[in-house]
Design a protein around this ligand. Sequence first.
Ligand code: ADP
Ligand code: MG
Length: 364
Amino acid sequence: MMIPPALEIRNLAKTYPGGVAALRPTSLTVPAGGRLVLLGPSGSGKSTLLRLLIGLETPDAGEILVDGVRIDHLPPHKRGIAFVPQRPALYPQMTVRRNLETVLERPSLVLPAPTIELLRLGDLLNRYPHQLSGGETQRVILAKLLIRKVGIWLLDEPFSGLDPVFRAEFRAELHLLLGLSAVTMLFVTHDPADAWSLGRRVGVLDEGVLHSLGTADELRIRPTTSFVASALGRFNLLGGRIERIASRSDPSATAKFDFVSECGSVRVPVSDSSGIQLEPIHRLTLGIRPEDVRSSPAEQSAWHLVSAEPAGSGWLLTVARGRTRLRTEWRSGSPPPVGTPLEWTLPPERVLWFDGRTGRRLDV
Ligand code: ADP
Ligand code: MG
């Protein structure tokens, strides 16, 4: 296989007329053959970044390099980059065959049979786009990517318009293609599932700022900010503060501290060894992954099961007390019925602490 190019951006920034700073100066590299997924909520600057890379927007500052050579002065079609926009469209008045032929390097070439076969498009070539299902349309779009034989792919939430079944299917399809192709990919999405399944490395984007870059596991297990933790989906994050507990029986005893959540419904002892400064920080956020919360049915509890959904080989339960909610994984067979009182514990070594104002991890 050919070695695909490396993609690098240096201090790339974009503010739209009207003053929206869609992308703050950002630098990153996708090495040759690398697959980077950027995860961010709507409005975080994902499409802006990709549109700058392909040349549909002009940056205010910064550089774009492919294999070390600047390309930001080139028009889109000369950049050697293929781009699948957020709502990819086929030409409605053309058959699938004609749509695919538009990306051939030269009109005299024929469509590559292995690609047509791989994406199961043989029977669809004479249909028009309105005669395709959502999944079939996506396969045609992937075929266009492959046929272009370009070494860099930029994909802008290509699954977002699909229902969950198609989404999983398309993800699998893309996985297969990536395994067979020499490409460097930058994929942006708001869906953590894309990050887990497609990204060798994952970054988190928030309001035009790249928060964190690491392997999916690094981010999942040790998120650097509470925003990163929340972007990953199911993380429990509870705002609160530290309370000093006075010992009535022995006022001279070493001070003890509790974390108390905003509504007061979660209270967790905090030890000196947690690595956080106990007094000066007033607002804290407690973070814990659902798989680290231990829960079990109880005779009586202020907490009740409010919902259960299948997740992986077990269940993801939501337990609530008033407005405070906590998610926990359930692995011992079917979950109890909704409404069941549940008690839970948070193993202290699994709890992560974040500064309530800046969101930065404290226990590092
Ligand atoms: P995302 O793709 O992550 O949803 P976008 O890159 O589309 O985010 O948008 C980032 C920010 O820039 C948003 O606040 C959006 O409203 C703004 N924005 C996007 N395109 C334009 C534009 N052409 N003109 C002005 N503001 C824009
Ligand atoms: Mg977008």
